[in-house]
Design a protein around this ligand. Sequence first.
Ligand code: SAM
Length: 266
Amino acid sequence: MDSQRTPDPVGANPVTSRTTVSGQAGAVLPSLRFDIVTLFPEIFSGYLTQSLLAKAIDKGLVEIHVHNLRDWSVDQKHHKVDDRPYGGGPGMLICVEPVIRCVEAVIAMDSRPASVVLLTPQGEQLGQQRVEKLAPLGRLILLCGRYEGFDHRVIELLNPLELSIGDFVLNGGEVAAMVVVDSTIRMIPGVLGDEQSSWDDSFSRGNRLLEFPQYTRPVEFRGLKVPEVLTSGDHGRIAQWRAEQSQMRTRERRKDLLGSQPSETD
Ligand code: SAM
C-alpha cells in the first residue's frame, strides 16, 4: 500500500475500534462497524454527516470506515485497479488482486470477526428479514463494484454474501452500500428515538405487514378529518383500528406479505 495515500479519505473514523458502548442507563449496547471498500470514497462524505447516521456515529453505536480500493493497487504509479475482460466484451473489470489485498488488510484492522458483503445486481434481493440478520453480526465489510463488476475470483476466494437492492443496474455499489447501512443501523438499540418503530414499520418484526396510515395536526385539512378513533384517547380501540388498517392496506397493496406473519422463532 502506498503510504502517501490516506485510508478513510472522508475522515469518517469518529471512534477507535470497540465492541460495546454504555448507554445512558448504563446498559451495554451492541455497536456495528462497517468497512466500505469503494473507488469513490467522496460519495459517502455527505451521507455520513447527516441525520440519524451522524447521531449514531456520535453516540458510538455505529462506526463507518471508508477505504479507497486504489490504496491496494499493485500499480504503484497510476493506482489502477481495473482491466479488460478475458474473452473480450465491453467495459472493464475490477481485478482480483487489489480486492483480496484490501479485504485482508481491512479485516486485520479490528479484532472483531467480519462478514463480507459484495453488492451486485446478481445477489440475494435485500429485504427486511435479511437486514435484521445483518445488524447483530457486529462487523460488515461492504464491497462496492464499478464498471462491469468484479473478476469472478473475488467471489470464489472471499465467498461473500452477495446482495442486490433490486432488479435494476446501478453504476456502482455505493448507493447500494448506503441502503445496507441505512436500513441496518435502524436495528441497533439506541439509534432510533423510539425502538418501537423498528417493530411497527412496514415489513418489520411486529407483524411483517405494511404499516397503518398515520396522521398529525391539524385535525382537519381541506375537509379531510383525522379518523375519530385516533383522537379518542382509547388505546385499546386505537390498537385495534391500526391492526385492521394494516391488514387492509397489506391486502390491497401487497397480498404476498399476508402469508409471512411472524412465528415465535422469527
Ligand atoms: N455487469 C454487472 C452485471 O450485469 O451483473 C453489472 C455491473 S454494475 C454496472 C457496477 C456495480 O454496481 C456492480 O459491481 C455492483 O457493485 C453495483 N450494482 C449495480 N446494480 C446493483 C444492484 N441492483 N444492487 C447492488 N449493487 C448493484
